[in-house]
Design a protein around this ligand. Structure first.
Ligand code: PLP
Length: 392
């Protein structure tokens, strides 16, 4: 009767995410290593140019060794410092808020919109005070925030906008790619489980040439030109000038080699993610789930994550669901444990769960299902079957 009992217990574990590295990436890395130039150099530059070309009107592109580094550089270049307040959503990864602390500024945590799970513009507006300098919207799961509302209120209150676009490549918002909107800086992540990867890495995008110059400088020790420029410049190779106490946030050419090949495949990756998401939508619609929100027309979802929420009709709690799926060889995860629940943020800022009703409701019911481009149709069918079984 139940053909799921025929599923061999030795079936390979299906993780919730997996990078899609092909022979092209491997050959590119080998080529870079054989070239003798492995750190920041011509390949990183080429990667920056290719990324900029993909965005078309994105402005300057600056490759960094993580999105966290990129967010730090962005806030530093925008002049965020002690006494300043920066508004962030509670439902995000800790990196979004920790960079504010790096500069001695204070993150102000706000709730999300219960439908989109993105930062709520109303909550941003309510949190603005005399010390508020910036807001960091996070395009949760790959769906763009309500950027028209956020950019409008930022303009009205003279706030800087730094988009945490770690999930949002490529995401379109009202016909325009994230990375080309009217914010100050946009930061993408190429961490291993993101929609494209360089192992570790990130890209900063800004249309402000002064901000771009400061970020380039601080990316590499506050040295006025990077190692590659020194290598090719007419000045003596040994000469350089330190003009600020900078950081060490440059992307290696080894990583950039991977990035160039991943970028070539990004439209195919997106098409496969869209296909997998659509198949989940159909197969899970009869279950006690709130399925992921869909974008308005003219926009698209990058489908970094496929997040479902259990409704009250479900006969299992979220934790039990994750446990049962894991026993059946299906990996899932939770994005995210809200920052208001994390000891450091909770205790330092006296945060209480009741202040974040939408993030709380989402957190307690959410799980991220397996979604990665190498997932086959039959892998996904197994996930769907096991979800049905786990709920029965
Ligand atoms: C992954 C992630 C980051 C950090 O990206 P790294 O490249 O690992 O530094 C920041 N914000 C969000 C929302 C993320 O998911």
């Amino acid at each position: 009767m139940d053909d799921r009992s025929n599923t061999p217990t030795t079936a390979p574990f299906i993780p919730f995410a997996l990078p899609d590295i092909g022979e092209e990436e491997i050959a590119a890395v080998v080529g870079c290593m054989r070239s003798g130039w492995v750190t920041t150099g011509p390949i990183s530059k080429k990667f920056e140019q290719a990324f900029g070309a993909y965005l078309v009107n994105g402005g300057e592109t600056i490759a960094v060794n993580s999105a966290t580094a990129g967010l730090h550089l962005a806030l530093e270049a925008l002049g965020i410092g002690p006494g300043d307040e920066v508004i962030v959503p509670s439902l995000t990864f800790t990196a979004t808020a920790e960079v504010v602390r790096y500069l001695g500024a204070q993150p102000i945590f706000v709730d999300i919109d219960p439908t989109t799970l993105n930062i709520s513009p109303l909550a941003i507006e309510a949190a603005i005070g005399p010390r508020t300098r910036a807001v960091i919207p996070v395009h949760y799961a790959g769906l763009a925030c309500d950027m028209d509302a956020i950019l409008e209120l930022a303009k009205r209150h003279h706030l800087k906008v730094i988009e945490d676009a770690a999930h949002a490549f490529p995401t379109r918002y009202r016909e325009r790619l994230v990375g080309t909107l009217a914010s100050d800086v946009v930061v993408f992540s190429f961490y291993a489980n993101k929609t494209m990867t360089t192992g570790e890495g990130g890209m900063v995008v800004t249309r402000d040439p002064v901000v771009a110059q400061r970020i380039r400088l601080m990316r590499i020790h506050g040295i006025s030109s990077d190692a590659f420029d020194r290598y090719v410049s007419k000045k003596p190779a040994w000469y350089y000038e330190v003009v600020a106490a900078g950081f060490k946030y440059n992307l290696t050419d080894i990583a950039a080699s991977i990035g160039i090949e991943q970028l070539r495949k990004i439209d195919r990756f997106l098409a496969r993610r869209e296909q997998l998401a659509a198949r989940y939508d159909t197969a899970l619609s009869c279950l006690p789930f709130i399925l992921p929100p869909h974008p308005q027309s003219g926009s698209n979802h990058a489908w970094h994550l496929y997040v479902v929420r259990l409704t009250e009709k479900a006969n299992r709690g979220r934790d039990e669901m994750i446990g049962r799926l894991s026993e059946r060889g299906i990996g899932t995860s939770v994005h995210f444990i809200p920052l208001h629940r994390q000891p450091y943020w909770r205790d330092r800022y006296g945060l209480r769960n009741e202040q974040f009703p939408a993030a709380e409701q989402a957190y307690q019911s959410m799980l991220s299902l397996p979604l990665y481009t190498r997932m086959t149709d039959s892998d996904q069918e197994r996930v769907i079957d096991e979800i049905h079984a786990a709920l029965s």
